[in-house]
Design a protein around this ligand. Structure first.
Ligand code: NI
Ligand code: MN
Length: 233
C-alpha cells in the first residue's frame, strides 16, 4: 500500500516498501517543517520547477542520500552542476523507474531562480503523472487552471491528484474545483495553501465544493501527517 506523507506546501513523499519518492523538498525554510526532517530516506527526488519553495533543499538531500533528482532538462543540469545526480526530461517524456514511471506534463507558471552568487537560471515548470506500483498519481506543481488538464486525465486515468489551491501564485479554490472536473481523478488532495498569508485558504471549503460538484472524493492531509492510500479508491 502506498503511503503519502505531507511536509506542507508542495512537498510530499510517496512511499511503498523501500521506495520513497520525495517531491519538491522545500523543508529548511518551510514554515510547516522548520528544518529538514532527519528521517528522510528518498530513493528519488522529483522537482516541478526551480522556485525556491520547490527546489528547496533538493541538492543537499540528493547529495546526502545519493538519490537522483528528476527534473526538466535545464533544472536537472543545474542540479548536476551543483553535485547532485540527476535525470533530465521534458514534456511528453516518460521516465521509467523500478516502481513504474513518471511523465512530464505541462503546468502554467514561471520558473526563474537565482543561484547563490550566480546568474539567473530558468526552466519551464511542469507537473508529473506518476505511476507508482499499481496506482496513478498527479502532482500538478504550481499551475493555473488550463483546459488540457482534461487530456492529462483522459490519457492516464488518475487515482490521486495533488492540486494547489492557495491562489495568488497558483489556481485558487474555485479554479481548482474546475481542475477536478477536467481531470476526473478518483480522489483529490489540496496543497500549496496557508504557508504564508497571501495563499491562506480553507481546505475544508475546497473539500465541500469538490464533493458537491464532482464525483471525486477529497481528503485533506494536514502538514506533517501521513495518509495510507487505500487499494480501492
Ligand atoms: Ni512557483
Ligand atoms: Mn510555489
Amino acid at each position: 500500500m502506498a503511503r503519502l506523507k505531507y511536509y506542507g506546501h508542495a512537498c510530499w513523499s510517496l512511499q511503498q516498501g523501500n521506495t520513497n519518492v520525495l517531491i519538491d523538498p522545500f523543508l529548511s525554510d518551510n514554515p510547516w517543517t522548520k528544518g529538514i526532517p532527519t528521517d528522510l530516506r528518498p530513493t528519488a527526488i522529483f522537482l516541478t520547477h526551480g522556485h525556491s519553495d520547490h527546489l528547496g533543499d533538493a541538492i543537499a538531500i540528493a547529495k546526502q542520500s545519493g538519490a537522483p533528482v528528476l527534473a526538466m532538462v535545464e533544472l536537472a543540469d543545474y542540479c548536476q552542476e551543483q553535485g547532485a545526480k540527476s535525470i533530465d526530461g521534458n514534456f511528453g517524456g516518460v521516465v521509467k523507474f523500478d516502481f513504474g514511471w513518471a511523465k512530464f506534463v505541462p503546468a502554467w507558471h514561471s520558473s526563474t531562480w537565482a543561484p547563490p552568487g550566480g546568474a539567473l537560471r530558468s526552466t519551464t515548470p511542469n507537473g508529473f503523472v506518476i505511476r507508482f506500483f499499481d496506482q496513478t498519481f498527479y502532482h500538478a506543481g504550481d499551475t493555473g487552471l488550463f483546459y488540457d488538464m482534461k487530456l492529462i486525465g483522459e490519457i492516464n486515468p488518475i487515482d490521486v491528484a495533488l492540486l494547489p489551491i492557495g491562489g495568488h501564485y497558483t489556481m485558487g479554490v474555485e479554479d481548482a474545483v474546475r481542475a477536478v472536473e477536467l481531470l476526473t481523478p478518483k480522489l483529490v488532495i489540496p496543497m500549496h495553501y496557508s504557508t504564508w498569508p497571501p495563499i491562506e485558504q480553507d481546505p475544508e471549503e475546497f473539500k465541500r465544493l469538490v464533493e458537491s460538484k464532482t464525483a471525486a472524493k477529497c481528503v485533506v492531509v494536514k502538514p506533517g501527517a501521513e495518509w495510507d492510500v487505500p487499494a480501492n479508491l
